[in-house]
Write a protein that binds this ligand. Sequence first.
Ligand code: FEO
Length: 400
Amino acid sequence: MYSIYSLTPDIVWVGADDRRLERFENLFPLPNGVSYNSYIIKDEKTALFDTVDSSVHSQYMQNVAAALEGRQLDYLIISHMEPDHCDCIKDIAAAYPDVKLVGNQKTFQLLEQFYTAELKDRYVIIKDGDELSLGKHHLKFLFAAMVHWPEVFVTYESTEKLLFTADAFGTFGTLSGNVIDDECDFKSKYLEEARRYYTNIVGKYGMPVQMLLKKAAALDIKMIAPLHGPVLRENIGFMVDKYKLWSTYTPEVQGVVIAYSSMYGNTASAANALAVMLSQQGVKNIKVHDASKTNASYIIADMFKFSNVVFASPTYNLGIHYSMEFVIREAAAMCIQNRGYSIIGNGSWASQAGTKMNALVQELMKNMTLIGEPFEITSTMKPEQYDQMQELAKAIADSL
Ligand code: FEO
């Protein structure tokens, strides 16, 4: 059975929810699933915007056929060539033999790398700013390289004022029927996952995102149609403001995320003591994560959200505990910067973790300010170190 949703009388969502995939890109847990969005405009000509992952192929082909109501498909607009959006291109091309594929040079280079060159005679190769009329609907293609791959472009439909944004403004989480943001409590249902999606998928590419925001600011936009998560209608300004912060690596709130690794609970105990002291110092926004238990994607999202981070780790094989080293390297890969950071190192002999965490942060990350003295414990934190940790808590609180 098909499940489609009309955004307007001529524009139909034909995507599908995936509740089975365990990890997005085989890295990021999906406790709430994910949607793969695709849209059809029906006019004198018909156009399909992207396809979906092969996991929802059957549902998708039924949706496209139902939305077209027996009509042929004239164009497939390929905004992004990552396989979660283009795995059904060949199926669409086979089912609709007259369909033309719209993309740029890089789109087709990737299409041939992943799939086939057999569709060459169907290519319509576009340049930045090119336009395509479907009848009363007019499309303008705006390149958005590295949001999130080099071939990405967004499409502005000027009659109904929709911006099809590829990965930008997407979120993890299925739609479960509420295709448009104002049909659900968007902020409570999606904001955390929108942040985790952005920061882990697109977070590295802040400058390209800012360039896209600049292009979008010149447009009158009534709806944003991303490739994952709900269509934005009510929360466009809210999410654009979030993107401005995230893409410039500006914290959303003054607060502290404490990430620790701990083998036997002693480093965790020190991290918990610091959290309580921070609270006593008046810090309202505190989040504590066990890096061995919590997937790094959640910690990265909180590092984008908060102004300060504390890294706490025992020494392991004369280095940093692997779960903490992964968090620091992942945060650096996502270009986390402009944060205050503090260090809690632990060691039972030849203590190295504190020194090496500090060195790694300084080596890999930009504009990171060390707050307080690195705090060292030997196997366990001792009561006589209480005052020293209070000083660290005060230094962090004073820095907010
Ligand atoms: Fe959802 Fe970059 O693909």
